[in-house]
Design a protein around this ligand. Structure first.
Ligand code: PRP
Ligand code: URA
Length: 208
């Protein structure tokens, strides 16, 4: 799993415990997810390219930096929406596109029902946000779509990844680094991640 970056962080371990716990209430679930998304954004931020510039402090001129590339976030609806605010706070000039995808509960194949992305994806750093990488079908289809629209510098930010999804991504999109808070054990027969946290969209939006 050479593309996989698993974050080692005690705050993430604590917050994942809240996310997994079936007793966690919706507002606590959202807050814990937001906090982990901050750390993911900071981790992905470590590798972003910079331009050098000069900045004048009240005392003298010194070296400063600005982001080299336009950053574009692409949350995969619905659950990816839960990560957007944290990423925007860390990278406030980012643009945001949306891809609407829903897994068919029987075939586990994703169906795309919406997309709207900013122009010039080919010149942008594209960060796809989706908390769950299960079979990898949704993420793989999202990146295929984005590449067809010119994206060539992409990364996936996820919360929980299953080995099956990581393998699928490495097969279909070997150029895409994956950042995740944890790698879980496996999928069950319904395509849910074990031990996982259940349905991320339903738990975030209260549609259980
Ligand atoms: C969830 C999740 C991912 C997808 C992962 O979305 O947010 O997009 O499943 O599964 P996969 O790796 O097997 O494709 P879901 O289809 O449940 O839609 P929702 O976010 O609207 O609940
Ligand atoms: N989507 C979810 O929300 N949870 C899973 O465990 C798998 C896919």
């Amino acid at each position: 799993m050479k593309n996989l970056n698993i974050l080692e962080n005690s705050l993430i371990k604590r917050d994942l415990t809240y996310l997994r716990d079936e007793r966690t209430r919706q507002y606590q679930f959202r807050l814990a997810l937001r906090r982990i998304a901050f750390i993911l954004a900071a981790e992905i931020g470590k590798n972003l390219e910079l331009d050098e510039l000069e900045v004048k402090t009240p005392l003298e001129i010194t070296k400063g930096y600005s982001m080299k590339q336009q950053i574009v976030f692409i949350p995969v609806l619905r659950a990816g929406l839960s990560m957007v605010n944290s990423f925007i706070e860390m990278m406030p000039k980012a643009k945001v596109g949306h891809i609407g995808m829903e897994r068919n509960e029987e075939t586990l194949k994703p169906r795309t029902y919406y997309y709207k992305t900013p122009k010039n994806l080919d010149k942008s750093k594209v960060i796809v946000l989706d908390p769950m990488l299960a079979t990898g079908g949704s993420a793989s289809a999202a990146f295929s779509f984005l590449k067809e629209h010119g994206a060539n510098n992409c990364v996936l930010a996820s919360l929980i990844a299953a080995p099956e999804g990581v393998k699928r991504m490495e097969h279909d999109h070997p150029d895409i680094p994956i950042f995740t808070a944890v790698l879980d054990r496996e999928l069950n027969e319904n395509g849910y991640i074990l031990p996982g946290l259940g349905d991320a969209g339903d738990r975030t939006f209260g549609t259980l």
